[in-house]
Design a protein around this ligand. Sequence first.
Ligand code: NAD
Length: 471
Amino acid sequence: MKQIHQIYVDGEFVTPHGTETFDLISPLTNLKTGEVVLGDETDTRRAIAAAKEAFKTFRKTTVDERIAYLGKLHAAVSKREEELVKTMVEEYGGTLQFSKASARNAIESFTNMIQVLQTFEFQKTVGQSLVRLESLGVVGIITPWNASNSFICNKFATAVAAGCTVVVKPSELSAAQTQLIVECFHEAGLPKGVFNLVNGLGTVVGAEITSNPDIAKISFTGSTFTGKIIAKGAVDTMKRVTLELGGKSPNLILDDADLQTAIPAAVFGAYMNNGQACIAPTRLLVPENKLDEVNALAKAAVRQVQVGNPMDEQTHVGPLVSVKQFERVQQYIRTGLEEGAVLLAGGGGKPEGLEAGNFVRATIFTNVRNDMRIAQEEIFGPVLSIIPYQTEEEAIAIANDTNYGLAAYISSSDRERANRVAAQIDAGRVVINGFKHDPQTPFGGFKQSGIGREYGVYGLETYLEPKAVLA
Ligand code: NAD
């Protein structure tokens, strides 16, 4: 049994004032694997006070000093890469393949920020005057469970680069992964108080971070529902916010695309991280006159999708994080059937032989209309909706007919045409022909997928406040 009974405040692991406990449950077996003691408002205030004190000196660090700290963090996290992967797989059922990529992203956050710092100008002449970009202050970092350490590392790396100090509240479902990453940060030996972490509930620790006047900014990744609560609460003390929220990303297959490649990739892509990815391409938009061919290719592809033990290198879809998430996805599958979508593969219930864990059958609905709930709402499970369209214009309209705008994907054999379509899509990231990640480009959403951007120069600027000095 894992016992996580300490939080991290002012450079030390300490016993929290809060005494409530939260059970850690394996998504593979639904058996209890451990317990985490949850911090409370008192713990959060202590952590914020430590970060506030540390900020007084950390804001004055030079770029070279910050680069050196980022180097130490990179070295400390790199050492434990294998453990990071193992803990992710065990804790929330992420597949080995996904967890490896996510751990890599976490580690590379530090080198990516070093690269940004090497050319970033904290001082510029604008007009006749000097503009200084100054460290914002104490940043509250609130994260979800679906790639926990990658979010924590990227946000913390950006804070260090900006000379900010932080208080992290991770998802209560990520306590084991978080414990490991905090051990790495502790080993890196940054000045005390620069990094603090309080395990706890969103409504307790998250709410204190949201309302506390000593927090200058909140960097949040999670659902649009929670993002709105945080944004409303943050405005009372005029905190800056970066909100990375949900998505219902369209995957536009143009009529000149190579379907043999694009459709299997679309099916596997929709199931990334067991379908629990904000950027998953869950709406597959295809030409109506090719729907039969698409259905046949999608059906063939889904037969290759292995649902099972996430430890197995061959597995594409592991169990969902919790029973609650499993039930939620089952409800959406029932909704899809009630709405009149055609079930092409999968469906309700668990795959044979996998009854103990939170396994969902790899599911595809076809003949989906974009106004159906399964096309509009984020399901966060391995459920793909195929939506037919008649013209390119209609495809673009359907792609944009959503409250979300995080990512979009386009397949076409004509690069210029794909670029033309990309220019008309309302999404923070449009990826052409495949699934790519470029860590120096801004990441974030249009519309209700969020506010602000992370990564690279754009991410760094959101941890800084411009000051014009007119002489
Ligand atoms: P969630 O919104 O339920 O929780 C996220 C975090 O917010 C958790 O730490 C939670 O404890 C905390 N929280 C909950 N209530 C709070 C409150 N009232 N005040 C302050 N904090 C509170 O999300 P989740 O279920 O953990 O994660 C899944 C969601 O995250 C999905 O919607 C997904 O799309 C989104 N997500 C977005 C991105 C992105 O980069 N845009 C990346 C990954 C996940």
